[in-house]
Design a protein around this ligand. Structure first.
Ligand code: NIG
Ligand code: FE
Length: 406
């Protein structure tokens, strides 16, 4: 039978975790999803299925658990080389900041990234994206930030865009040119910010940028410099995000909130005033337990303060070669519970509904609801709390992204 324009695919006999209304899992037993093109057109108990539209194909899921596709809303996936030797230095007692100040850290990845050709950058990022996808990730954010010149930043953003074209994966790009000071601007941080502000017009005009981020930190950029990058983003009508209060309290979250930031990320040193500013602006708190773990941080982000203030919390891998070389979003979901004491429901929302919001995609992604993109995962699990419980196991059985099985 040839599919007509109105024909739908039916996914039935599923235990649906819709996450439609917070709080709660939004569980629907013996649920069904109808998909037309790349959209969900109907969700509900199978018994209530309307009988009007023709069905082109039907899949009986045998009672399996189905959640929205997972969203990794903070990654630095495109880079050259790796930093295992820096990990060894840290095992011998050097700190992340010591290594950065000595010219290692981000700068060593910048050198490796500049030395890598476009196809090498693409191939290594593609392999990493495939690893994330194997666990049910259907959307990722990818930051630049290891090129740190006009052309090298553009190359990294282009590699990210190319991933979104080559793979069944939604990719959102973020310019993080203000990640570290490149060696040719040593001692001239303000000049570098001038250059970034100028280059941004070209990256934006080439369609390479969906959002703008800054590393606001003692070893990154000051609040004043952050503000100049944000002003440039505002002129281009690009949303902003911030690497905020990771290693110290720079009062960056409140600054980002004043710019209506989509998210502030890391946040171990976030103050009560920062929490309030984020709550008022509707800014998402992106928690990154992988970096917390790998850098052996001891100061926890203020989870109960964020929860009480109603700040939506997302969870992401922060995949990068220096502070979080992990490629398992499910492990991050688990660690958000063990290390940060999120509930399993908060952690799942953190990699779906709230992650969508951190990318400005809440109208189209993150829950199983009619009108949203048909991105969902079929799991070898009985209850959604098991996603937080198992670790080192991949229970992903099938993935549908934009209506197509991968
Ligand atoms: O998100 N905080 C800054 N950026 C990365 C680490 C980058 C690196 O060490 O290469 C992060 O943790
Ligand atoms: Fe990061």
């Amino acid at each position: 039978m040839s599919a007509t324009a109105a024909a739908t695919t039916l996914w039935r006999n599923a235990r649906l975790v819709t996450l439609a209304d917070a709080p709660g899992w939004g569980l629907i037993e013996r649920g069904a999803l109808r998909v037309r093109g790349d959209r969900i057109v109907w969700v509900g108990p199978e018994a209530n299925l309307p009988a009007d539209a023709p069905i082109a194909a039907e899949h009986d899921l045998g009672g399996a658990l189905v959640t929205p596709g997972l969203i990794d809303c903070h990654t630095h996936l495109v880079y050259g080389g790796q930093r295992a030797s820096e990990f060894e230095l840290r095992l011998q007692g050097a700190s992340y900041e010591d290594i950065a100040r000595a010219g290692g850290g981000i700068r060593s990845t910048v050198a490796a990234t500049r030395a890598a050709d476009d196809d090498t950058l693409f191939a290594s990022a593609r392999a990493r994206a495939l690893a994330l996808m194997s666990e049910g990730v259907t959307t990722i954010e990818i930051k630049s930030g290891y090129g740190l010149s006009r052309d090298d930043e553009a190359r990294c953003l282009r590699a990210a865009r190319r991933l979104g074209q080559a793979l069944p994966l939604t990719v959102r790009t973020t310019s993080l040119a203000a990640h570290a000071l490149p060696p040719e601007f040593e001692g001239r941080a303000d000049d570098y910010i001038d250059a970034v502000v100028q280059w941004m017009d070209g990256w934006h005009a080439a369609g390479l940028v969906d959002a703008v981020d800054v590393f606001c930190e003692r070893i990154g950029f000051t609040r004043a410099q952050t503000q100049r990058v944000f002003d440039a983003a505002r002129r281009l009508q690009l949303p902003v995000k911030l690497h905020a209060e990771q290693l110290s309290d720079m009062d960056g979250a409140a600054l980002a909130a004043r710019y209506g930031a989509l998210s502030c990320d890391h946040l171990e040193h976030l103050s009560a005033a920062g929490v309030q500013a984020m709550a008022q602006a509707g800014t998402v708190a992106v928690l990154l337990p992988g970096a917390f773990y790998f850098l052996r941080e001891s100061k926890l982000p203020p989870i109960s303060g964020l929860r009480e203030a109603g700040v939506p919390m997302a969870v992401a891998t922060d995949h990068n070669p220096g502070s979080s070389p992990g490629l398992s979003l499910i492990l991050m979901l688990h660690m958000a519970c063990t290390l940060f004491r999120l509930t399993p429901e908060e952690a799942l929302r953190g990699v779906t509904a709230h992650a969508a919001r951190a990318l400005g995609l809440q109208a189209s992604h993150g829950t199983l609801q009619a009108g949203k993109q048909a991105d969902f995962v079929v799991w070898d699990l009985e209850h959604p709390n098991e996603l937080a419980y198992w670790f080192g196991r991949n229970p992903c059985r099938r993935v549908v992204r934009a209506g197509m099985e991968r």
